[in-house]
Design a protein around this ligand. Structure first.
Ligand code: CTP
Ligand code: MG
Length: 252
């Protein structure tokens, strides 16, 4: 079987979070988000290899941060983690990750910013891929009413909420399909959006509230509180001792 490769876009600047450190390197419960995200992927037991895409100047820091042996996930075989440099837009970063994994049979594309994603969700997406779906996304019902507006802020429509979903990561794809989706230069806010343009059906699986994207200072406070409460304690326990003082100093 060709490998399942997890691509972790982690090269964003985190403008909305407002920290000086690029967002994926901001600690949650003492551990950088990118490390938490990679730990979750490995703990799922669903990936053979991980490619992490970071800002070019942080490739060495990230390689050190992600190289420790605790990434073997207990009894499971070691999962190699490779670090490559990303680009200006998320699509540029994902494209760099795809290029680093020519052998992949499936891709799981997973935002580093979804640092508390439960491994069970990751395994659910992978299982749906193995069951034959070419494209799989985690989805949650939308709680707010969503409206479209024009450029002046006037409401132009109210789609039926029953048919709306908030989409998370990891998003899973057959490798050839994702490569084809990324062969064009069009923009999209998620990877499935590019696949949809090819006319391929994208299947949803149930998402998880813990897979929320840490985007704003409020999200960061929520993530800190969840880790402190033990809601994602498994993750904190595995990782809390893995950032050395030297690494913290570099990241600061
Ligand atoms: N990402 C990336 N390369 C970019 C932009 C984003 O790898 N050029 C990654 C981010 O690191 C993050 C994921 O894509 O893990 C989702 O992006 P987002 O939450 O928007 O993160 P940022 O772009 O860093 O945040 P912001 O949009 O607030 O600047
Ligand atoms: Mg962004």
């Amino acid at each position: 079987m060709r490998p399942v490769v997890a691509l972790v876009p982690a090269a964003g600047r985190g403008v909305r979070l407002g920290e000086t450190t690029p967002k994926a390197f901001v600690p949650v419960g003492g551990t950088p988000m990118v490390r938490l995200a990679v730990d979750g992927l490995i703990a799922s037991g669903a990936v053979h290899r991980v490619v992490v895409v970071v800002p070019a100047e942080l490739v060495d820091v990230a390689s050190t941060l992600l190289s420790t042996t605790s990434l073997t996930g207990g009894s499971m075989p070691p999962v190699p983690v490779q670090v490559v440099a990303g680009g200006a837009e998320r699509t540029d970063s994902v494209r760099a990750g795809i290029a680093a994994a020519p052998d992949a049979g499936h891709f799981l594309v997973h935002d580093a910013a979804r640092a508390l994603t439960p491994p069970e969700l990751i395994a659910r997406v992978a299982a749906e891929l193995h069951a034959g779906s070419p494209a799989v996304v985690p989805a949650l019902p939308v709680v707010d009413t969503v409206k479209s507006v024009d450029d002046t802020g006037v409401v132009t429509g109210t789609p039926d909420r029953a048919h709306l979903r908030a989409i998370q990561t990891p998003q899973g794809f057959g490798a050839e399909l994702l490569r084809r989706a990324y062969a064009t230069e069009v923009g999209a806010t998620d990877d499935a959006g590019l696949v949809e343009r090819l006319g391929t059906a994208v299947r949803t699986v149930p998402g998880d509230p813990l897979a929320f994207k840490i985007t704003t200072p409020l999200d960061l406070r929520l993530a800190e509180a969840l880790l402190a409460d033990g809601a994602a304690s498994d993750r904190a326990g595995r990782s809390s001792d893995t950032t050395t003082a030297a690494e913290q100093a570099v990241l600061r």
